[in-house]
Design a binder for this molecule. Structure first.
Ligand code: NI
Ligand code: MN
Length: 225
């Protein structure tokens, strides 16, 4: 199983069975992504919320016959009207997909389509696949119920926003990683825009002070999970 990072909050998991899962595929306009959205293929696309830097190229990449977009119901209804195949998953709910289980958890954040239409709540996604558990926190501020997620899951990989302003900053993110007892924390959602500029090495140091191992993924880097 591999995990690839495209910068911002965009990741791709490819399972040992060859299932491609994209998360928040913001590719076009993402200064760190070298891949073109049209080159990406996905069996599933998990969209944490409808903001343009997360919904991103989901509609460009999704094959209306073969790709299932996993998102909250209110966003799913909009995508269904556009002809896309969706799976409606609400916060607190989990479902078994062919690649494994996904639970949506709370994200302390807003959500709306890029044109301003209401698109439900913002979520984080806990993905259990190939014997590993990956928690993509979406866009979120620090909140205490992350401790509930820590009680429910052993988190192997914590993909966490560190850029501040719209989300947690690197210090909050390090505290969250310690609550979650994450085996490895990977920073995201930084340096894409001026207001979220931060040196990710500061996050790695802060996480280590909390006893959590962290690793900065390079842009378009792929690691084996
Ligand atoms: Ni957002
Ligand atoms: Mn964002």
């Amino acid at each position: 199983m591999t995990l690839k990072y495209f910068g911002h909050s965009a990741f791709q998991i490819i399972t040992d069975g060859g299932i491609s899962i994209l998360i928040d595929p913001f590719i076009t306009g993402n200064p760190f992504a070298k891949t073109k959205a049209e080159e990406l293929k996905a069996d599933f696309i998990i969209v944490t919320h409808a903001h343009g830097d997360h919904l991103g190229d989901a509609q460009v990449i999704a094959d209306k016959n073969d790709t299932t977009i996993i998102c909250v119901p209110e966003l799913a209804w909009i995508l269904q009207e556009e002809g896309f195949k969706t799976h409606e998953l609400q916060i607190g709910g989990s479902y078994s997909f062919p690649f494994g289980d996904v639970r949506f958890v709370k994200a302390e954040h807003g959500s709306a389509m890029p044109d301003g239409r209401y698109a439900g709540l913002a979520a984080g996604a806990v993905i259990s696949t190939g014997g590993k558990t990956i928690y993509h926190a979406g866009d979120t501020g620090l909140y205490g119920d992350m401790k509930l997620t820590a009680e429910l899951y052993e988190i192997d990989y914590f993909l966490v926003p560190i850029g501040g302003n719209y989300t947690m900053d690197f210090k909050d993110a390090a505290l969250a990683a310690s609550w979650l007892k994450a085996k490895l924390a990977i920073p995201m959602h930084f340096n894409t825009f001026p207001v979220i500029e931060v040196d990710p090495a500061k996050f790695v140091q802060a996480a280590e002070r909390h006893g959590v191992q962290a690793r900065i993924m390079g842009f378009e880097e792929e690691i084996t999970l």
